[in-house]
Structures are given as structure tokens and as C-alpha cells.
Design a protein around this ligand. Structure first.
Ligand code: DGT
Ligand code: CA
Ligand code: CA
Length: 588
């Protein structure tokens, strides 16, 4: 599909325009790129069917953008982009992934030091040639160095919310094959890990009637058909390997997928094995050995006799264990807890009754309050909380006191309208306020007090030293109007490490002040799993929010819920499992 290729170029053009300080246009290109990434249909097909006119029906695609798309489809190039590239021949997309490097800095680095890619940048950092540049300095150089290190660590792994939708499309295609009898995700994707190395599918093929049941050739033909289908899927760029029951491919999106086909009688054992984690597997095998048994991906054996294997439940039961949810399988104490039969009753996505961190088009969000609310209703929620950015964040078009009060009126009207129509749904009114350097909030307390709830977060001066930062956070959490501490550690998966925080201290303050800690479901996935577990142990309540800036992002809740489960959280640890009235009562 050309959509992703064109989107990538549009993002690049936006960056080049930013360098030239062009107003508005960069935003138009970004919008078009986001839109191209989101649509399911191939732009090439749309163009063939309905020409420019149909292209312009896509959200965010106007005349200028459809011009570019047509040009790309016809010539494989976009001239404007080629011209920009000639002037600045650098690996822009790669370089801007380094935290602290924007397009403008990239340009200076190229002009002054000839830096074209990450390798050049690494060399320059080692030689300390960046710090002396005008507008850079020691601190920036150090930040770039840390950014590079972080990038290295996360290389080759992708954020779960980037991978899972693509994997589920493949899953559905496989599931629909008549040759497929059973299918499951396995590996880290099934365990809900925040980053994914590769995607693992496990399949049982339908027995082929031609051959006798149980014969070695049973299902062999169907197995082959599934393998052929898998390696020929759209998006497959390279086939690493394809054998009788195992195939491995590389996708155009940059990740690998493994497929394994197993006999039905081994399905549970194979699923248990290929779900992992490896550490969990080693622990379960040890239990088997202690019982005089042998556990493998083929089954649980006593001598040569298989005693369990068809389902995971059966395998765990035969080991003397209750079923252990995939999210817990990290050898982090789940085995001992299972042996004592005190595993947590994990929170589930369906327990979530609303989302309190959502942005509307009153600030930088894409959709109106009504549209966001409608989408929340479609998800089966009972409420949505609108929490737009506040005035300190100018790039997000943050609201000031006056606008917040105006928004309050607007939301009141929406709720009255629901009541009139008998719609049982409520829009709650909050804001996502900024914790300023001195710990004060950028909105007056008398206005904060008039909202249903207040989320506060650190959005500026992130590199504060620990003592100072903790004082800042403590002051904000002590504010009686601040109910929820947003994305408490500041990390962004694969992009940015956490701030210099003292998490034990944050837990103590949360406990003393009754501040709720957020589990942010966006690419932050903040709190991380181990912190969730510690919060739970301390009895600190949490809320799972999506931080949606458009309606589609409400679906990110799935990843926040998985993160919570990986942190052993139960329903009563998470306040947005409560109905609206009770939730509001549980706040300060
Ligand atoms: P990833 O792909 O890096 O995100 O992580 P996983 O957990 O999906 O790892 P992957 O795809 O290499 O293998 C899937 C599962 O198969 C893994 O979680 C446990 C099992 N497995 C693979 N290799 C081994 C092994 O050498 N020993 C054991 N005990 N289990 C293994
Ligand atoms: Ca994997
Ligand atoms: Ca794998």
C-alpha cells in the first residue's frame, strides 16, 4: 500500500517547512499524513476508482495534497520533497527520533558538521564537537548523547499499540481460512508487553479427511496451505524461512512475524510454551521436573505418556496450579502466588466505565466534545471526562480561566440535552493543567474548584534535578484541587526515559493526599507495570486514561488495561471502574 510511503514523505515535508518557519503549512502536511495512515483503503485504488475528486474526500486531503498524491502515484516521486532533500540530504526521520533534536537543530548539525545520519551524530558526540555550536552547549550535547543511548536500547522493538492492530488484521485473515481450526496470538503480544520484538501466531490446522485421523500426514495438506497463505500475505517483504510447520517473515512495516502450526492434542502445551515468557517457562518446567514429569511444547509427559496438552488450563492444573493469566507470566512471583492460590483477580477492559483524560477541539484535539462523547458511548462507557490543556501550553492552544468556565457551560448544556433525550451518559468536566516550575498550577484555584476534577502533569522543564523536581511535584499533589497526577514518571516508550523522580516518595505523597496516579495508555504507558504493582501494594488508587487527542485514540484503553494487568491491578485499584457518582466521590 502506498499510504504509508506517502504519509512518510508528508511528515518529512512538514519537518522541512518547520525549518523554514513556514506558518500553518507543516500542520496541513501532518494532518494529511495522519489521515493517510488511518484510512483502510489503498490510495492508489481510491485514485483509480474516483480520481482526484475521490482523493479529496479523504479527511485532511485538499487540492494541494491530492496534487502530491497524484504526482507520487504517477511518477513515484514528489518534486517538492526531492527539492528539499537536495538542499538538506540527511536522514531526517531517523535523526528527529533522537530526543532533543528537532528539524532545525538537524539542519544546523548538517551545515556546521556535515552530520547526515545517526552514525555521524554518534561520532560527533564522542568528539564533543556539538557543544561549541551556537545554540547547542554542553547540556544539549549531553541530552543528545542520552537520547542516542535510549534509542539504541529500544532498537528492534516496537510499541505494542503500533504492532497489535497490524497483527490483528493478519490474525483475522488467518482465522477466516477454512483450513484453520484454532488460532491464538502467543509471545510478548499475548502477554501484553509494552514493546514487541516479533509477533507470534499459533495455529491448529483442520484435519484433512483424506488421510486417516492421527496419521502423520493428517492435516499436512491444510498445514501447507496455511503456510503458503501466510508467506504470501500483503505486507510481507521477506521470507526468513518456511518449513513444514513453521514460517517466519519480515513485514514492510519493519517487524517480523512467526507462525507455528501444532497438532490439536499439543495446542495448550504449545500455547503455554510459546506465550512465554522464557523465565516463566523455565519455572513451570522446574515444577514439572519436581513432580517427576516433563513439560515441553508437545505436552506434559509422564515417561512417554502424555498427561496434559490440549488446553493451557489442563497443563497448569496437571502441574498443581490454577490458570495464570498471560500478563502475569514473567516469573515475578506469579508461580508462588499461584501455588498459594492467591493470584489477583485482574481488572478487565470491560470493567472500565469511562475515560477521564480526553482532549477536544477546544484545545489542540481534533474532535468536538459531542463527537468524543458519542464515541465513548459507542464503546459502552457511562461517562467521558474532557480534560483539555490549560493556558501555559501554548502549542496545544491551552485554555485560560475564562475559556474553562465557558466550556463548563457548554458541557452543562450537552448533559442537559442528554437528560432531555433520556440518554444515560454524562460528560464530566476537567482539565489537564500544568505543574509550573515552582509547583504551582497554571490555573487559579477558584476556577479549578469549579470543575468536576483536575488532572495535573509536568509538561515543561523536564530535566530538573531530583530534589527540586520532587518538591515541585509534592506541592502540586498537595493542592486540594488536583485530583489526578498525569503520566507520573514522564517516560515515553522507546523515546524518553523517566524524569529524575523518587517513586517511593510519589507513592507516599499520593497516599497522604489522596491523589490518584494515572496509567496513561498512549505511547507513554506511564505508570509502567512494576510501578503499578507497587502502587497497588501501597493501596494507592489509579485511573486508566487514554490521553486521546482524537476519537480513534479512545481505543488505546486496551493497552492501558493490559499494562494495569501486568501490574497485577484489580478492579478496585482502578477508579474508572466506578460509576460516575462514586468516582467523583472518590476524588479529593
Ligand atoms: P519478543 O518477541 O522479544 O517481544 O518476546 P517473546 O516473549 O515473544 O519471545 P519470542 O518471540 O522469541 O518467543 C516466544 C516465546 O517462545 C517466548 O516467550 C518463550 C518461548 N521460547 C522461545 N525460545 C525459547 C527458549 O529458548 N527457551 C524457552 N524456555 N522458551 C523459549
Ligand atoms: Ca515474539
Ligand atoms: Ca518469535
Amino acid at each position: 500500500m502506498k499510504n504509508q510511503e506517502i504519509a512518510k514523505i508528508f511528515y518529512e515535508i512538514a519537518r522541512f517547512l518547520q525549518i523554514d518557519k513556514v506558518a500553518f503549512k507543516p500542520y496541513a502536511y501532518e494532518r494529511a499524513a495522519v489521515s493517510l495512515e488511518a484510512i483502510k483503503d489503498d490510495v492508489a485504488q481510491i485514485y483509480i476508482k474516483g480520481g482526484r475528486k475521490m482523493l479529496e474526500e479523504i479527511e485532511g486531503i485538499g487540492k494541494a495534497m491530492s496534487d502530491h498524491i497524484e504526482e507520487y502515484l504517477k511518477t513515484g516521486k514528489i518534486k517538492l520533497y526531492e527539492e528539499f532533500k537536495k538542499k538538506l540530504p540527511v536522514q531526517m526521520d531517523e535523526l528527529v527520533k533522537v530526543e532533543g533534536l528537532g528539524p532545525r537543530k538537524v539542519k544546523v548539525l548538517y551545515q556546521e558538521l556535515g552530520i547526515k545520519n545517526i552514525k555521524d551524530l554518534e561520532k560527533a558526540v564522542k568528539k564533543h564537537t556539538i557543544a561549541p555550536l551556537f545554540g547547542f552547549g554542553e547540556k544539549t550535547e549531553k541530552n543528545i548523547m542520552q537520547g542516542l543511548e535510549f534509542l539504541k536500547q529500544s532498537k528492534g522493538r516496537s510499541l505494542i499499540s503500533d504492532i497489535k492492530p497490524v497483527a490483528m488484521e493478519v490474525y483475522k485473515k488467518l482465522e477466516n481460512l477454512k483450513e484453520v481450526q484454532k488460532i491464538s496470538l502467543a509471545g510478548s503480544l499475548r502477554r501484553g508487553k509494552e514493546t514487541i520484538g516479533d509477533v507470534d501466531f499459533l495455529v491448529v490446522s483442520r484435519p484433512d479427511k483424506k488421510y486417516g485421523r492421527g496419521s502423520p500426514r493428517e492435516a499436512a495438506k491444510n498445514t501447507q496451505k496455511i503456510m503458503d497463505f501466510f508467506v504470501a500475505l500483503p505486507g510481507v517483504k521477506k521470507i526468513w524461512g518456511k518449513g513444514g510447520t513453521k514460517a517466519s517473515v519480515h513485514m514492510a512495516d519493519g517487524f517480523d512475524m512467526d507462525l507455528r502450526i501444532v497438532p490439536e492434542k499439543s495446542y495448550g502445551a504449545a500455547l503455554q510454551y510459546f506465550t512465554g515468557s522464557q523465565a516463566h517457562n523455565i519455572a513451570t518446567r522446574k515444577i514439572a521436573i519436581d513432580k517427576g514429569l516433563k513439560l515441553s511444547e508437545y505436552g506434559l509427559f509422564k515417561g512417554s505418556k502424555i498427561i496434559a496438552g490440549k488446553t493451557e488450563e489442563e497443563v497448569y492444573r496437571a502441574l498443581g496450579l490454577p490458570y495464570i493469566a498471560p500478563e502475569l507470566r514473567e516469573d515475578q512471583g506469579e508461580i508462588d502466588t499461584a501455588l498459594k492460590n492467591t493470584l489477583p483477580d485482574l481488572v478487565e477492559l470491560k470493567d472500565i466505565k469511562g475515560d477521564l483524560h480526553c482532549h477536544s477541539n477546544w484545545n489542540g484535539g481534533e474532535n468536538s466534545i459531542e463527537v468524543m462523547a458519542r464515541s465513548a458511548m459507542d464503546l459502552g462507557y457511562e461517562y467521558i471526562g474532557i480534560s483539555d490543556h490549560t493556558k501555559f501550553l501554548k502549542i496545544e492552544n491551552g485554555l485560560d480561566e475564562k475559556k474553562l468556565l465557558k466550556q463548563k457551560e457548554a458541557i452543562k448544556k450537552i448533559n442537559e440535552n442528554y437528560k432531555k433525550k433520556g440518554i444515560k451518559f454524562r460528560v464530566l468536566h476537567g482539565c489537564e493543567a500544568n505543574i509550573l516550575n515552582d509547583g504551582s498550577i497554571d490555573i487559579k484555584d477558584e476556577v479549578l474548584a469549579q470543575l468536576d476534577y483536575v488532572i495535573a502533569g509536568v509538561h515543561s522543564t523536564l530535566k530538573m534535578e531530583k530534589g527540586e523536581l520532587m518538591e515541585r511535584i509534592e506541592k502540586a499533589m498537595k493542592n486540594p484541587n488536583v485530583d489526578i497526577f498525569a503520566h507520573p514518571t514522564g517516560r515515553i516508550v522507546g523515546q524518553r526515559d523517566e524524569y529524575q523522580i523518587d517513586f517511593d516518595k510519589i507513592l507516599q505523597i499520593a497516599k497522604n493526599t489522596g491523589t490518584i496516579l494515572e496509567i496513561n495508555s498512549s505511547s507513554r504507558l506511564d505508570l509502567r507495570d512494576l510501578y503499578i504493582r507497587r502502587a497497588k501494594a501501597e493501596g494507592v488508587k489509579m485511573i486508566i486514561n487514554t490521553d486521546s487527542h482524537k476519537k480513534e485514540q479512545l481505543l488505546l484503553m486496551e493497552y492501558g488495561a493490559m499494562q494495569a494487568r501486568r501490574g497485577w491491578a484489580e478492579k478496585n485499584d482502578i477508579i474508572n471502574t466506578l460509576p460516575a457518582e462514586e468516582l467523583l466521590k472518590s476524588l479529593k
